[in-house]
Design a protein around this ligand. Structure first.
Ligand code: UGA
Length: 429
């Protein structure tokens, strides 16, 4: 089947490539000429394990191509997915102007019946606006469907998340769109839920909000664990074995980041407010997350006495492992606060340092964890990359000025670290 994916960010690029992988003909469109040039040369504008190879395979097979021409994509495809950015405005509401722009261009270029599908995370009722804009700008064709097909993939494991989803959600307004979309997803062996468009939009918001709530909940529990002498890992295991709750997303840490949870949470709070509901629960989830990042700084201060003129080596900058994405990374908030209090920062991340340098040019970037440890008063591990799990800790300790180790992701065992002579603190243990 013929698919056009408009927007080649994380969601668009992975979804487009995976649709090609399951046998469809895909055109990926982006108005960013540089991005399309990189993709046409076989490069990748983002870091995502396995994606470059999968793109190359499907381009070679003739199922995947890239263009800056939205008209080319629209004229040649039945399914038009909108996967452009919805960045937050100052007040937390998502900026939907890119979606409007794309809807206008689709309307203008439509040559026959099309199904226009929202893939970006959008506020409930966006579908209605997409329909209105297309109707206004389409002179010839009035026969089209709008649908919502939210995406649940995670950065770092995006390909397998897309190809083996827990569910496929299809929000439709006609039998015709429903049948076509079910056919598109036929090669995928996953439960398919067909809903109205508003419900599909809300499923996405509710899912991300509930997952963020789980993380803030366990982070709050971690504080109580510390005060009561309990171990948050044991608590999470015991709670998570209840099938109604589940163990996933109960890892305490330095808070959640990325371009989804923080943004979607504030968007959902403001959407609810607009609809006349004060979502106090989610405001508190947000507050706990902000506190959790600053709590990391307090802990370092507690271990070092004063932060002024202390050298701190940060291991891991990306908002999570297996991505180079620095957007809303907790490391940024933590490093800024440490610097505000007079600490000096050295840092290493396996893949996100180029991006980090643009945001934080004023820190010393190192070539590996050992160079980062050299001469520092403390280490702060903020992203649980696998390479950090294999570190030669004796060597690390030998390089440090003081053996102070803050493990913001509970990678190491407190007992073992203490036995090695580290002054060690994890989260909630
Ligand atoms: C998230 C959702 O998990 C996806 O289902 C969704 O499709 C995506 O947002 C989106 O809306 O596009 P993502 O942001 O890529 O995916 O990454 P997650 O694995 O969900 O992690 C988000 C943040 O939560 C990270 O900072 C991570 O370190 C943190 N986290 C996650 C925890 O602190 N504890 C946990 O137990 C799990």
């Amino acid at each position: 089947m013929k698919v056009c994916m408009i927007g080649t960010g994380y969601v668009g690029l992975v979804s487009g490539t995976c649709f090609a992988e399951i046998g469809h003909d895909v055109i990926c469109v982006d108005n960013d000429e540089k991005k399309i040039e990189i993709l046409n040369k076989g490069g990748l504008p983002i870091y995502e394990p396995g994606l470059e190879e999968l793109i190359a395979k499907n381009v070679k097979a003739g199922r995947l191509r890239f263009t800056t021409s939205i008209r080319e994509g629209v004229e040649n495809s039945l399914f038009l997915f909108i996967a452009v950015g919805t960045p937050p405005k100052e007040d937390g509401e998502p900026d939907l102007s890119q979606i409007e722009q794309v809807a206008e261009e689709i309307g203008d270029a439509m040559n026959e019946y099309k199904i226009i599908i929202e893939k970006s995370t959008v506020p409930v009722q966006t579908g209605k606006w997409v329909r209105t804009v297309i109707e206004r700008f389409s002179r010839k064709i009035k026969d089209f469907d709008v649908a919502s097909n939210p995406e649940f993939l995670r950065e770092g494991s995006a390909i397998s998340d897309f190809l083996n989803p827990d569910r496929v959600v299809l929000g439709v307004e006609s039998e015709r769109a429903k049948d076509k979309l079910l056919e598109l997803y036929k090669p995928m062996d996953a439960p398919k839920i067909v809903t109205d468009i508003s419900s599909a939009e809300l499923i996405k918001h509710a899912s991300n909000a509930l997952l963020s709530t789980k993380i803030s909940f366990i982070n709050a529990i971690s504080v109580i664990c510390e005060k009561s002498g309990a171990d948050v890992l044991q608590v999470a295991e015991g709670v998570g074995l209840d099938k109604r709750i589940g163990r996933e997303f109960l890892n305490a840490g330095v808070g959640f980041g990325g371009f989804c949870f923080p943004k979607d949470l504030s968007a959902f709070i403001s959407i609810a407010a607009k609809l006349g509901y004060d979502f106090r629960l989610l405001r508190e989830v947000e507050n706990i997350n902000n506190e959790q990042m600053l709590y990391a700084v307090k802990k370092l201060e507690g271990m070092l006495w004063n932060l002024r003129d202390k050298k701190i080596g940060v291991l891991g900058l990306a908002f999570k492992p297996n991505t180079d994405d620095m957007r809303f990374a907790p490391s940024i908030t933590i490093i800024r606060e440490l610097q505000r209090q007079g600490a000096r920062i050295k840092a290493f991340d396996p893949v996100s340092m180029d991006r980090a340098k643009q945001i934080m040019p004023d820190i010393e970037y190192c070539e590996d964890a050992y160079a980062t440890a050299k001469g520092v008063d403390a280490i702060a591990l903020l992203t649980e990359w696998d390479v950090f799990k294999e570190l030669d800790l004796e060597k690390i300790k030998g390089l440090m000025r003081q053996p102070v180790f803050f493990d913001g992701r509970n990678v190491f065992e407190p007992g073992k670290m203490a036995a090695m002579g580290f002054i060690y603190k994890g989260i909630g243990r």
